[in-house]
Design a protein around this ligand. Structure first.
Ligand code: NAD
Length: 233
């Protein structure tokens, strides 16, 4: 099957591509061309540019993508009164508008063949609040809402739509956002029931399950993969 993964050069994206490459054709996209050369099929596209996002939309159409993984994302940690309109636009564009646009380009082919899998990488910050990360939380909540609506809209076409919400993951973003916050990594780990960050491979494993035939009944779901962080305290 043809799988397109955004943010394919980052921690979680690369892990998804590497795990699925054994049995599928990977179409990778990201901003770093040097790292993208690791893949046979790739397109460099910066999703903050509308022109490049359109190019990626065409790439999706041309390559008959069966499975779309919207993984690219950005984070901002800032009290709301310090956030600039540009920062709001950037985060909403990358984390919410781009996934919706790419879905709109992937769906016609999926509908025509009565099969498709759409997986959005959200965050537990989209299902719980995260103080000083309201823009990020809002963008990730948007993915949860959109996934439910699309699951209903596309249920008759063999297309499933789900959001995976990682907790803290051991990647560049996970580690740098931990550094930006008010707590040390050790203090954060202390608050996680399993006392550890999730690994990128665990997220990749959930993607592998969601694209499998066994998961065809799983749609519209918001799956927290967070080492217990969302269970309470
Ligand atoms: P990462 O920083 O390793 O990777 C992020 C990827 O997004 C990179 O490939 C980067 O190039 C791409 N990206 C960023 N801005 C882009 C742009 N303008 N255009 C195109 N691509 C762009 O981070 P990661 O941890 O692998 O994050 C992957 C996803 O997981 C993100 O959506 C993130 O919000 C989500 N997530 C991560 C964590 C965590 O703790 N790491 C927790 C919850 C959710």
């Amino acid at each position: 099957m043809n799988i397109l993964v955004t943010g394919a050069t980052g921690g979680i994206g690369k892990s998804i591509c590497d795990l699925l490459a054994k049995n599928h054709n990977i179409f990778a996209t990201g901003r770093n061309e040097e790292l993208l050369k690791h893949y046979k099929n790739y397109l460099k596209a910066d999703l903050s540019s509308f022109e490049e996002m359109k190019k990626l939309g065409n790439y999706i159409i041309e390559n008959k993508i069966d499975i779309l993984v919207n993984n690219a994302g950005g984070y901002i940690y800032s009290p709301i009164e310090n956030v600039t309109p540009q920062q709001i636009e950037e985060i909403i564009k990358l984390n919410l508008e781009a996934p919706l646009y790419l879905i709109s380009k992937a769906v016609p082919y999926m509908k025509s063949q009565k099969f498709g899998r759409i997986i959005n990488i959200g965050s537990i910050s989209g299902v719980l609040g995260e103080a000083n990360a309201s823009i990020y939380s809002a963008s990730k909540s948007g993915l949860v809402g959109a996934s439910k609506a699309l699951a209903l809209e596309l249920a008759g076409y063999g297309i499933t739509v789900n959001t995976i919400n990682p907790g803290w993951v051991d990647t560049e973003m996970g580690n740098s956002s931990a550094e930006e916050g008010d707590f040390t990594k050790e203090e954060l780990i202390e608050c996680i029931p399993q006392k550890r960050f999730v690994t990128p491979l665990e997220i990749a494993g959930m993607v592998k399950y969601l694209i499998s035939d066994e998961a065809k009944g799983v749609t519209g779901q918001s799956i927290n993969l967070c080492a217990g962080l969302t269970c309470g305290y």
